[in-house]
Write a protein that binds this ligand. Structure first.
Ligand code: C2E
Ligand code: MG
Ligand code: MG
Length: 597
């Protein structure tokens, strides 16, 4: 069987016997079978031969002068390189042969003289086969082990990467929020053990970072963040922790601080460091930061609370005029603060011209042409980006800023329309719709404001439509009736906005006559071309018509909706299907392209 397993020519057998006759006999037998045979006539020479080249098998005579077979075998088994070589002992029948000892010293088998060729070959093949099997086993084991090692390494690398990803900000390579919160947690735990410990959290937010992103692109924005991270690092000690929390927010954990003053000094130092420009690939950029500081206290249960307080303090620093730092005080409530922040920012927005108007076409459904525009306010906040009117109009209302903002919108819209009229972009039937909030509507000097603006711009009053919601009227029905009357006398047109979302009562429309009724988007949305989904739309259209109001459908997004509204004789339509709200420039392009639907 062994013949199948290896090529006998490559098998090297060492025959060790002090009797030359035996050596010759065995050698002849084995050579004939194709084995490579080497010979040694005593133990010492055998060891030398083995050292020169490892045999695959040793046939070893026991009885030899000087060093007997047992001794040779023991030596071989004692050395790791040779321990695995199988040894078959050779003994004469009359030798005092100790089989137990032969196996004890590591022999694999034995043969007694005189040798029978078949027996010798059988035993030799058997040992070689065993050895081959063992080697194969070894190899497989080694491979397996290697694979296990490789897999383990791969796993370790993957784990390390995952851990790194979980705790590291990929852009700046700083700790991320999770890692930072972890550090805070440890610091708070330390504090419980050592109440004298002092540490502080600094929450840093760049002022007007968005401007960089918007004007130089996100790539430059990323570079700037990396540069900021580097600069911050320069000011930290080994024991401090710097993290990027996300966006343009960084946090610093100062441990082992001496007192509050040293922390304030540190914050000053950081702010001073920001007065130097940051050098990006091809730009130099100036950017400021606002810093909020919160000190570690044992009554903080959660690290997040500490971070939140530093964040709150940061907002106060921003509200105080940016490039400043503030220390958190328990009297700084967060919700009110955000309102305060919007208010502060909104005041600035007015003076810094961060507000703008978009215009959304209102299409006459019979002709399919643009008949007017609705002016919609936009606030592009330098740090926070686009803030939707639904967020800031309520704040503006609450703080009274709506009066100023509303006045600006009216003025801007009227100016714009009048200019377009003068430029011949639109004709004199073209109207602009301006939204009035509830509080604006209740404003005593609203009429004066409007009259003034119309006079100033020279816009004809019937080109101006004011949109009010049901709630604006219902909040203050008596003054509403008064104002509506006055507006009518001035020939300013009125639209009932978002009809159906508020009181949904058609009856009060009789006491508050309107020129237009805008069916809220939610009704139009459900139209899908089928009769079943018409809902209240046909009824609203009918009643509006019997009350001499024209109907505007808001939020038309599909051709099916348009077709259905047309078949219901709805007068006007507005929605993404025609156009989204556009900048003044873009809407002029749209109008002059004379597109229609
Ligand atoms: P609104 O007066 O009902 O204005 C229509 C709103 O629906 C706009 O949202 C417009 O962008 C959006 N819209 C138009 N067509 C579609 C459409 O097909 N699909 C969808 N999903 N939406 C559409 P926007 O500009 O966010 O304004 C929201 C609200 O904010 C306005 O509702 C209005 O009540 C108020 N607002 C906007 N500008 C002013 C303003 O200058 N002054 C006052 N007081 N309020 C304003
Ligand atoms: Mg509106
Ligand atoms: Mg509306």
């Amino acid at each position: 069987m062994s013949h199948n397993h290896f090529n006998t020519e490559s098998v090297d057998i060492l025959v060790v016997d002090d009797t030359a006759e035996n050596v010759r006999l065995l050698s002849t037998m084995l050579t004939r079978e194709g084995y490579q045979v080497r010979k040694a006539i005593n133990g010492q020479l055998a060891l030398t031969a083995i050292q020169a080249r490892m045999p695959d098998l040793i046939l070893l005579d026991i009885m030899m002068p000087d060093m007997d077979g047992y001794a040779v075998c023991s030596r071989l088994k004692g050395m790791p390189q040779t321990a695995e070589i199988p040894v078959i002992f050779l003994s004469a029948l009359d030798d005092a042969f100790d089989k137990v000892k032969a196996f004890k010293v590591g022999g694999a088998d034995y043969m007694t003289k005189p040798f029978h060729i078949e027996e010798v070959l059988a035993r030799v093949r058997h040992q070689l086969a065993l050895q081959a099997a063992e080697r194969k086993n070894h190899r497989l084991n080694a491979q397996l082990e290697q694979r296990v090692i490789e897999r383990t390494q791969q796993l370790e690398i993957a784990n390390a990467q995952l851990l790194k990803m979980a705790l590291c900000d990929s852009l700046t390579q700083l700790a991320n929020r999770a890692a930072f919160v972890d550090c805070l947690d440890k610091a708070l735990n330390e504090l419980k053990k050592q109440p004298n410990l002092q540490f502080a959290v600094l929450f840093l937010d760049c002022d007007r970072f968005k401007i960089v992103n918007d004007s130089l692109g996100h790539f430059a924005g990323d570079q700037l963040l990396v540069a900021i991270a580097q600069r911050l690092k320069q000011h930290l000690r080994q024991i401090d922790t710097l993290a990027r929390l996300g966006g343009d927010e960084f946090a610093i954990l100062l441990t082992q601080i001496i007192d509050k003053d040293s922390t304030i000094q540190f914050a000053d130092q950081i702010l001073a460091a920001f007065t130097e420009p940051f050098t990006l690939q091809d730009h130099q950029v100036f950017i400021n930061a606002s810093i909020g500081i919160a000190f570690g206290k044992s009554d903080y249960d959660k690290p997040e609370h500490l971070l939140r307080d530093a964040d709150t303090a940061m907002y106060h620093a921003k509200a105080a005029g940016k490039a400043q730092h503030r220390i958190f005080e328990a009297t700084m409530p967060r919700a009110a603060l955000q309102l305060l922040q919007i208010e502060t920012d909104l005041r600035r927005a007015i003076s810094q011209q961060e507000l703008s108007l978009n215009y959304q076409p209102i299409v006459a459904l019979d002709s399919g042409k643009i008949a007017g525009l609705e002016a919609l306010i936009r606030w592009n906040h330098p740090d926070r980006g686009f803030i939707p009117p639904s967020t800031f109009i309520p704040v503006a209302e609450e703080t009274g800023l709506i009066s100023e903002i509303g006045n600006w919108v009216l003025k801007e819209a009227c100016h714009q329309i009048r200019n377009w009229q003068k430029q011949g972009v639109i004709d004199s039937n073209f109207s602009v719709s301006v939204n009035l909030s509830a509080r604006q509507f209740a404003q005593i000097n609203l009429m004066q404001q409007i009259t003034h603006i119309l006079a100033e711009t020279g816009l004809s009053p019937n080109c101006l439509k004011l949109e009010v919601t049901e709630s604006a009227i219902m909040d203050n029905p008596s003054s509403a009736a008064d104002i509506l009357l006055k507006l009518r006398q001035q020939h300013i047109q009125l639209s009932m906005d978002d009809f159906g979302t508020g009181y949904s009562s058609l009856s009060y429309l009789q006491s508050f006559p309107m020129d237009y009724l805008k069916i809220d988007r939610s009704f139009v949305m459900s139209l899908d071309g089928t009769e079943e989904k018409l809902g209240l739309v046909p009824i609203i259209v009918k009643i509006a018509q019997t009350m001499n109001m024209q109907v505007v459908a808001e939020g038309i997004e599909t051709p099916e909706q348009l077709a259905q509204l047309r078949s219901l004789n709805c007068d006007f339509g507005q929605g993404y299907f025609f156009s989204r709200p556009l900048t003044a420039e873009k809407v002029v392009e749209l109008i002059t392209s004379r597109c229609h639907w």
